[in-house]
Write a protein that binds this ligand. Structure first.
Ligand SMILES: NC(=O)c1ccc[n+]([C@@H]2O[C@H](COP(=O)([O-])OP(=O)(O)OC[C@H]3O[C@@H](n4cnc5c(N)ncnc54)[C@H](OP(=O)(O)O)[C@@H]3O)[C@@H](O)[C@H]2O)c1
Length: 336
């Protein structure tokens, strides 16, 4: 039985498979001066959470510094959620109890999140809770990559890896909003329909087709102007081989593993290419502009956030397995 002082969390005591995650009751701690307490409505399942659970992030300095992951077990899993503020510390002035917010950081697979208020952004547009949980942060990333990291131009071809995925399907839609021509890649025939619904002009099936060869055929030998990739190791060479002269590889993840160190000359050999491994941080100043546009796109331009499934918190292992086994299309949510 839950009482006022307790919160339920999904924790791991050792790294490993989905079965390592366990549901527990903990006391809700006192909030610090710069913190806020949020009652979680929906936590989103992100591939990053799977990597957190498996221990793939342990040696990556970035996640300790920027995502607040200290790697001391046990940890509460989860990196994003949407909820309602219940209390704020005395130094917090941009939030108040009752505000709907999205939160980033560690420990969001829970009924409550206590975290630095800096990681919480008020939701000041009219959007249902589920859509906010599934679409705001990921939508912003898709916006940042397609509009800022490499702003795809009208008529340019792009290649989008894992185009049926949570982030990939939003990147497809954002690239189309800019007038880009989209080649979406997925591993399974059954996910192709969804990639087309997300706006792709052409879908390629990575388990059956040679992607660079098909890209050259489609683009009359030129290659694409930009590749948006969150798959990492397995797609790296194929991505470089799919780009046209002076093309851009925008990498934002590593669902298949980290790209090993490589010879920089490879970029010149493949056509003087540009490469970035990025996230949303350099683009946070564009958040207000994104929110304004996002509401308009959802209302008028058919922009949609596909939710694959909403699982109760107790079924977190099923949610992870679905994503890890590459069976999800769009976003997966957990409901505490
Ligand atoms: N940089 C950032 O700020 C940021 C923020 C959020 C997410 N990300 C990254 O973006 C990527 C996508 O995240 P997401 O949450 O939207 O996940 P997702 O794309 O919904 O799921 C992962 C997809 O990757 C593909 N994949 C390729 N190789 C895989 C492998 N070995 N194991 C599992 N899946 C594999 C699968 O699609 P197919 O079967 O169709 O190939 C799978 O559906 C992740 O790498 C994540 O860490 C980065």
């Amino acid at each position: 039985m839950r009482d006022q002082e307790k919160m339920q969390v999904v924790r791991i005591y050792e790294y490993g498979g989905p079965e390592k995650m366990q549901l527990e009751w903990l006391d809700i701690p006192e909030i610090g001066k710069d913190e806020a307490l949020v009652k979680v409505k929906f936590a989103s399942v992100n591939f990053l959470d799977i990597q957190m659970r498996r221990g793939d992030l342990v040696k990556q300095k970035f996640y300790g510094k920027e995502a607040g992951l200290n790697n001391n077990l046990p940890i509460t899993i989860g990196s994003q959620c949407m909820g309602v503020v219940e209390a704020v510390g005395e130094n917090v002035d941009h939030l108040k109890p009752g505000d709907r917010v999205i939160c980033g950081g560690v420990g969001t697979y829970a009924t409550h999140v206590i975290s630095s208020a800096k990681r919480m952004i008020p939701i000041n547009i009219d959007i249902p809770d589920q859509q906010a949980a599934a679409g705001l942060t990921q939508g912003f990333l898709a916006y940042a990559f397609t509009h800022k990291a490499y702003p795809i131009q009208e008529g340019e071809w792009c290649l989008i890896q894992a185009a049926a995925g949570g982030l990939g399907s939003l990147i497809c839609q954002m690239a189309k909003l800019r007038g880009g021509k989209v080649i979406g890649v997925t591993s399974k025939e059954e996910k192709a329909k969804f990639v087309l619904e997300a706006g792709a002009d052409i879908v390629l099936i990575s388990s059956k087709e040679n992607i660079p060869e098909r890209v050259r055929e489609i683009t009359n030998g030129e290659g694409v102007r930009v590749v948006y990739d969150g798959v990492g190791k397995d797609t790296f060479d194929s991505n470089l081989n799919s780009l046209g002269l002076g093309g851009y590889l925008v990498m934002y993840g590593q669902s298949s593993g980290y790209v090993p160190p490589f010879d920089l000359m490879k970029l010149q050999e493949k056509g003087s290419l540009f490469l970035t491994r990025t996230n949303g941080l350099p683009y946070m100043k564009y958040w207000p502009e994104f929110m304004e546009n996002f509401q308009k796109w959802v209302a008028n331009d058919g922009f949609s956030i596909k939710i694959d499934h909403v699982y109760p918190l107790k079924d977190v292992a099923k949610a992870h397995s679905k994503m890890e086994d590459r069976n999800s299309v769009g976003r997966i949510l957990l409901k505490p």
